[in-house]
Design a protein around this ligand. Sequence first.
Ligand code: KG4
Ligand code: ZN
Length: 338
Amino acid sequence: MRVLGIETSCDETAAAVVTADRRIVAARVHSQLEAHAPYAGVVPEIAARAHLERTDRVVAATMEEAGLAFADLDGIAATAGPGLIGGLLVGLMTGKAIAAVHDRPLVAANHLEGHALTARLTDGVDFPYLLLLASGGHCQLLDVQDVGRCRRLGGTIDDAVGEAFDKVARMLGLGYPGGPAVEAAARDGDAARFPLPRPMKGRPGCDFSFSGLKTAVRHTVEGLPPGAPDDRDVADLCAAFQEAVGDVLADRCARALAETGAPRLVVAGGVAANRALKARLERVADGAGVPLHAPPVPLCTDNGAMIAWAGVERLRRGLTDGLDAAARPRWPLTELTG
Ligand code: KG4
Ligand code: ZN
């Protein structure tokens, strides 16, 4: 089984062809980073236009790299939500057009399910597992039982963790996206120099909160002498922030593992690219006696293979969508059907 996946929900135009035996035959990503960088965030209008200009070409290049014609595909999966409506419409329409013209089944894929199932593509992980989904727009812990079947254990009550990284980076004059910049700056930092809070740590339940931590970073910056922050201050603050985030994620994951008795821990979403956080979660998994699975970085951030794979998982269970499937800007994983 060979499935084409199309991802256009945020600021990457991506496509990939993936097989049911877990091979990524071809994959292309066109990042809009440069277009959004001057605004230090994703501008929906710019994103929509860029997807419109690029999606056809990215799909064509992917098919060429795969050496396949559309008629050779067993299905087409396109992200239908959640995400920015302009990009979703472009990607979903492209997928529908290919499906209609070549009479192939369509999967209107959920972006979060794509992230959630990626470890099954990369590591062949079995259900069930505890999933920490940590990205720019999402931060939640899910008990994943099967395709289309997961229970939400908790989530952020304010900012998503990637969003907190992006905001801290902005405060410190680092580039966008903030996550990789903060991780790089933190590498030579002293995490002990600035004390920062660990919101929600030790509390019952599995919820997160990052807005107080972000505010504490702001107050620390404001309390520095004139001329600051210099490179040392930035490095130390990034290290302190990243360590605080790591402590919170570790605490919440440890609690969720104990509560569910899940036999493995999977991390997904852009924040899973962070090596320090991954090492921290490795220790949590070790402590609970379960393996940790984190997809390789290019498959943690938004990509086409995760959508193609969600398509494989659904198609082999006979789950397809009609050509009337709607784009859904808001579409929580718990509203999925399997
Ligand atoms: O999953 P993703 O590519 O897009 C969605 O939000 O769906 O995640 C992007 C987020 C951004 O907030 C970015 O700053 C964060 O993931 N991120 C990181 C790292 N790389 C990306 N956060 C921390 N450390 C990183 N190395
Ligand atoms: Zn994403």
